[in-house]
Design a protein around this ligand. Structure first.
Ligand code: NAD
Length: 497
């Protein structure tokens, strides 16, 4: 069994705290490695390394910082298969899905390669007579990233490429469930020529996170994970005077109007609900079927879900892999039990999925509930598994009200051929990322990713322009050079006459 490590100041560092966690292969249920959990002191040593590297890295010309990102992107592409294999081995998702998520992360690296352009400022000549003014964006300092299990490579890449390209230094605390892909990224950043201390990785649990939240040397915290933790991170980090962006959980609805192409809507729901076994913050977990769309969808979805190919992520025939841990497997099955008790109609039951040769794996098959109502826990709460709930709505207004009333507002989609309905939905729906005949509207790297309501705490979404703003402080300089004309002291507020 492998023992993993931290990565501080350009070096692998063994865990000293004596505390460790298990990392499993979810397809077999066997423990593959042990990950050290950093103590507060070990976490502080990573913060110190990032702090020491700050002045020199912040003064490095942006074009040179960008060149490190170009080399990192090249190395990531060369190691993409290895990286995808690590994601599949520890998370469970299929290899093509793991590869796709790495590509989406690399798009943020590509965006960060343009940093000289992104942080160049604005200049106004003669804001007053012989007075010029310009603004520029400067790094905020040591930044920390705390990331979830479901995208162990992509979500860290939403954060550190932009933070580092902007001239900040970084401490990553990845999920303790699948830390090997982020550790490989740390090694590749060093190989790309990133100076020691600019990127550090500390493995661990709450103790490491609380230390990052408390330490005054940390200026900004980026978090992605569940809503309860996101809210805690936001409150604690903000109270300590830090910038915080904290992305939380989701319950994404897809409204299907009766005029939609039902085959297209069914294909979209299959991928969006069951890809990555539903362990995506942009997964569609609720289909709101309007009027006659209900029966049409159920008729198409039921056989498709019942015949989903569930298997280990390394099997090219698998459409869906296992859930990440035994604990999560039990939780998702518990939700299916609750849905039955609460009176929803269970049309396809994934609880008894057994795979020969993988008896210890955490497999739950595709599950379909019909006639789900807003009072049920399977509707209100994020299940984060392969469970699709169909809610029936008589008309568009009722469907949209459901989406708007839900506590989460990450993504929302509408499938329709009606331009009026699509426009009204996209314009007024209470969600941050909206799809029109697109089930998973994840913005590209040059736009920003973030939800509304209890899916995001803080003022900034991630990557794209919002990422650049989060990781930089605005400075505006107003300058006058002596001209020989001396006006003398002025005691009124400066303004143009
Ligand atoms: P999680 O909240 O359990 O863990 C996220 C991170 O926080 C991990 O690094 C973990 O070690 C740390 N953590 C956990 N409990 C903590 C505590 N009490 N105090 C301090 N730190 C703690 O989330 P997860 O199970 O790894 O990921 C799944 C969740 O992430 C889902 O809710 C999903 O919707 C959400 N997610 C959201 C987005 C988004 O963009 N909004 C993207 C991906 C995942």
């Amino acid at each position: 069994m492998k023992t993993l490590h931290h990565f501080v100041n350009g070096k692998k560092v063994e865990g000293q705290s004596g505390r460790f966690g298990p990392v499993y292969n979810p397809a077999t249920g066997e423990q593959e490695s042990t990950v050290p959990f950093a103590s507060a002191d070990e976490t502080r040593s990573a913060i110190a390394a990032a702090h020491d590297a700050l002045a020199s890295w912040g003064a490095t010309p942006p074009v040179q910082r960008a060149r490190v990102m170009f080399r990192f992107k090249d190395l990531m592409e060369r190691h993409k298969d290895e990286m995808a294999a690590l994601v599949t081995a520890e998370h469970g998702k299929t290899l093509p899905d793991a590869g796709g998520s790495i590509t989406r992360g690399l798009e943020v690296v590509e965006f960060a390669c343009g940093i000289p352009h992104l942080i160049k400022g604005e200049f106004s000549e003669n804001v007053g007579t012989n007075v010029d003014s310009w603004s520029s964006r400067q790094p905020i300092g040591v930044c920390a990233g705390i990331t979830p299990f479901n995208f162990p490579a992509m979500v860290p890449m939403w954060m550190f490429p932009i933070a580092i390209a902007c001239g900040n230094t970084f401490v990553l605390k990845p999920s303790e469930k699948d830390p090997s892909a982020p550790l490989l990224m740390a090694a590749l950043l060093k190989e790309a020529g990133l100076p020691d201390g600019v990127f550090n990785l500390i493995n661990g649990d709450r103790e490491a996170v609380e230390t990052l939240l408390e330490d005054p040397r940390v200026a900004g915290i980026s978090f992605v994970g569940s809503t309860a933790v996101a809210e805690h991170i936001y409150r604690t980090g903000s109270a300590a005077g830090k910038r915080v962006q904290a992305l939380g959980g989701a319950k994404n609805h897809m409204v299907v109007m009766p005029d939609a192409d039902m085959d297209q809507a069914t294909d979209a729901l299959m991928g969006a609900a069951f890809g990555s076994a539903g362990e995506r913050c942009m997964a569609v977990s609720v289909a709101v079927a309007v009027g006659s769309a209900g029966d049409a969808l159920i008729e198409r979805l039921t056989p498709r879900i019942a015949s989903l190919k569930v298997g280990p992520g390394i099997d090219p025939d698998s459409e869906m892999g296992p859930l990440v841990t035994k604990q999560h497997f039990d939780k998702v099955r518990g939700y299916i039990d609750a849905g039955v008790k609460e009176g929803a109609d269970l049309l396809v039951d994934g609880r008894d999925t057994r795979l020969q040769g993988y008896e210890g794996g955490y497999f739950v098959g595709g599950t379909l509930f019909d006639n789900v109502t807003p009072d049920m826990s399977i509707y209100r709460e994020e299940i984060f598994g392969p469970v699709l709930s169909v809610v029936r709505a008589p008309d568009f207004d009722t469907a949209k009200k459901l989406v708007d009333a839900h506590e989460y507002g990450n993504g929302a989609a509408i499938f329709t051929r009606d331009g009026d309905a699509a426009r009204e939905f996209s314009s007024s729906v209470q969600a941050g990322m909206v799809g029109i005949n697109v089930p998973i509207p994840v913005p590209m790297a040059f736009h920003s990713f973030g939800g509304w309501k209890r899916s995001l705490f803080g003022a900034h979404a991630m990557h794209g322009p919002e990422g650049v703003h989060f990781y930089t402080k605005l400075k505006t300089v107003t300058a006058r050079w002596p001209t020989g004309i001396r006006a003398g002291a002025e005691y009124t507020f400066p303004s143009m006459k």
